[in-house]
Design a protein around this ligand. Structure first.
Ligand code: IVH
Length: 669
């Protein structure tokens, strides 16, 4: 029996790893999300019943248990080096000449690759299994970020193939794609939390989380670029082959890498990538040239902390000087008031920049940015232009300090600053046209109700015509009126109608997310549904009920409760449901095929194999509920060592009492 289970676990682990690779690395999923989730759930269920068979390379272990309290330090086996820089073709030429002269050859071969703009990480595998991962730190000692690196699905927990060196250390860069960075900042704004200045900071901030659950939600990537300690001669004679070997072990490397010989080819690769730079999904800040032959590398050696055999040829800085013509504010979806600088148009890395976010009042004051100032702007992460600094020497005498408005420029409601938050907010909520319009934009967005054809401009138009004031108005649009509008015709009005009709069948999680409740993103919405099952339950839930949900703290619970208490919101939701928006209730949907279908459990005493959180998760994952007190409605009391009064209460009320083993039997039935 155990042999069968071991075989099954091993089979599921390798199948899941393969699908992770197809999905995350090759971008070519072979099965549906649903099928993938079932595989993972099947593995989790078997492991829950056989916790002794859980191994660190299991895909269920990617998001480990509880947050750590601090980062441990890790001493690098081999120091993590930095790179010398070359700015401009002359410096690159000098580097090439120096290498050729030292080696006394004509044209040495280099491997040219991207210089990723993320943060360096080393990952050590022992006998093919990930043992630890650490940041670069000062080059000698870094921080242990294993718990977070494990959440990056492109990085294997177990290397592909067999016969790995006992110690195999891979080094590379952790990055965040520009799109994911943008999405993360939008999410941070919706939570009223601080945004990141660029993808590198976002990647670094995400990796330096104590709680791996947070890192798991951030979409990080990793590209390897070298080896660290390896205790076996791999008989690889050049860097290109090292990269290939790393790749064959299942670790991602970038496909933008090429052997080059001579300054012309070196410069050509640089220019080619410079052209493609804006279209790459992530930020790079130059090209790295590495002498390809390992023997030559050894001959060249090192100077202080950098190899003599490699150089980073940096791209020109993506900064430009311009003037702040004006500063005004934008009102966001959740009412956050953001100061924005209106700039004299300036060309930065291929784009004309006319606005730059000043983030919030504190940030604006810290940088002391005034109207009329000459400033240096940067396209942070190629996405959001921002002001790096003011050129104080050029400040005109009439430069004007901008004061944040006390009343919303759109709806005139009071602007307040919530304790502990950097952001100021308009209190007008949906009475504020700016917030109402963005609430609709959010409601129709792809990850929410996914209604195509209702872009921001059209929403503006519909507002002007009085066709729409809130999200429920979407369901009784006057299509005759719309047909007559500029840019619309019979066909596009009909398309919109169809898009709205077909969006009505959705999921409760998407609907809750679509409501745009402050601090409630996609993941939280899913957790809410998992726990509460029906809209009715959600609307009636108390703050305490919300607090029982995974990852929901007091701020989110308060925000949820307040939202569902407001009569206006209740009326809008009821209207929407009456207009036919529907979903299958998760409670009925999930639980029918689950072992503990809607049964309520109370736990007392110390369990042998599970912590309280673990047993709770196990029960909930199988469709059951866990409650804190015994009542007639309790299905089972699970009893461990030294049980408390709950066992007596169970006896008194005639509730069935079982132990851990019997619970496992229920699950295996
Ligand atoms: S090799 C032995 N290759 O640049 C040389 N580094 O200034 C060690 N970096 O901290 C580095 N892309 O994080 C190498 N293709 C690449 C790189 C790269 C980015 C970073 C790396 C390191 C820094 C050195």
């Amino acid at each position: 029996m155990t042999q069968d289970i071991i075989k099954k676990i091993s089979y599921l682990k390798s199948v899941i790893q393969e699908h992770d690779h197809c999905y995350y690395v090759l971008d070519d999923p072979q099965i549906s999300d649903h099928e993938y989730d079932s595989l993972l759930r099947e593995l989790k269920n078997i492991e829950d019943s056989n916790p002794e068979l859980i191994t660190p390379d299991s895909p269920t272990q990617r998001v480990g248990g509880s947050p750590i309290s601090e980062f441990n330090q890790i001493q690098h086996n081999k120091p993590m080096l930095s790179l010398g820089n070359a700015f401009g073709i002359n410096e690159l030429e000098a580097f090439n000449k120096r290498i050729n002269d030292t080696l006394d050859v004509n044209d040495v071969e280099f491997n040219a690759e991207l210089k990723f703009d993320g943060l360096a990480v080393t990952i050590l595998y022992e006998n093919g299994l990930m043992k630890y991962a650490a940041t670069r730190g000062d080059g000698n000692v870094g921080e242990d970020v294993t718990h977070n690196i494990k959440t990056i699905k492109t990085i294997p927990l177990k290397l592909y193939g067999d016969n790995h060196p006992r110690t195999f250390e891979v080094r590379g860069e952790v990055l965040m794609d520009k799109n994911d960075f943008k999405e993360l900042n939008e999410y941070q704004i919706s939570l009223g939390q601080k945004t990141f200045a660029n993808p590198r900071n976002a990647a670094a901030g995400s990796l330096r989380q104590l709680d791996p659950k947070i890192t798991a939600k951030r979409k990080l990537k990793f590209y390897a670029y070298s080896l660290g300690q390896v205790d076996q001669d791999l008989e690889l004679t050049n860097h290109t082959d090292i990269l290939k070997y790393i790749h064959n072990s299942g670790i991602p490397i970038s496909s933008y890498s090429q052997r080059v010989v001579g300054i012309n080819q070196m410069q050509h690769f640089y220019e080619d990538i410079l052209k493609k730079r804006n279209d790459l999904p992530f930020d790079i800040d130059g090209i790295v040239y590495k002498v390809n032959s390992i023997k030559n590398q050894e001959n060249l050696g090192y100077v202080s902390k950098a190899p003599r055999w490699a150089i980073a040829y940096k791209f020109p800085a993506e900064e430009a000087e311009t003037v702040v013509n004006d500063i005004n504010v934008q009102v966001g979806r959740t009412g956050v008031i953001t100061p924005v600088a209106r700039l004299q148009p300036v060309f930065v890395s291929g784009v004309t920049v006319t606005n730059a976010t000043l983030h919030n009042e504190d940030e604006m004051l810290r940088k002391d940015i005034r109207i009329g100032d000459s400033v240096i702007v940067r396209r942070a992460g190629d996405v959001v232009p921002e002001i790096v600094r003011v050129i104080k020497e050029k400040r005109p005498s009439n430069a004007k300090v901008f004061e944040m408005p006390q009343y919303c420029p759109i709806c005139n409601s009071q602007v307040i600053r919530i304790d502990g938050e950097a952001a100021q907010r308009c209190t007008g909520q949906l009475k504020c046209e700016a917030q109402a319009k963005q609430a609709i934009s959010h409601y129709v967005s792809r990850k929410a109700m996914n209604i195509e054809g209702l872009g921001a401009k059209i929403i503006d138009h519909f507002f002007e015509k009085g066709l729409i004031k809130n999200i429920s108005d979407i369901y009784h649009l006057d299509y005759e009126e719309i047909q007559k509008m500029e840019g619309f015709g019979e066909r596009s009005a009909e398309n919109l109608k169809e898009a709205i009709e077909s969006s009505k069948k959705t999921t409760l999680a998407k609907f809750i997310y679509a409501l745009g409740i402050r601090n409630v993103g996609e993941a939280t919405s899913k957790d809410i549904v998992k726990k509460l099952g029906t809209l009715d339950n959600v609307m009636k839930a108390s703050i305490d009920d919300f607090l029982e949900i995974n990852d929901v703290g007091p701020v989110v619970a308060q925000s949820l409760h307040q939202f569902f208490q407001e009569d206006e919101n209740k009326a809008i939701i009821n209207n929407i449901v009456e207009f036919g928006v529907k979903w299958e209730d998760q409670a009925q949907n999930v639980s029918n095929d689950q072992k503990l279908n809607q049964q309520t459990f109370v736990v007392t005493g110390t369990l042998e194999n599970f912590s309280r959180d673990e047993i709770k998760e196990l029960i909930e994952n199988n469709g059951g509920k866990v409650s804190g007190s015994v009542s007639k409605k309790t299905s089972y009391v699970i009893i461990g060592d030294n049980p408390g009064s709950k066992a007596d209460k169970a006896a008194e009320l005639g509730v069935k009492v079982i132990n851990e083993k019997q619970l496992m039997e229920l699950l295996n039935e």
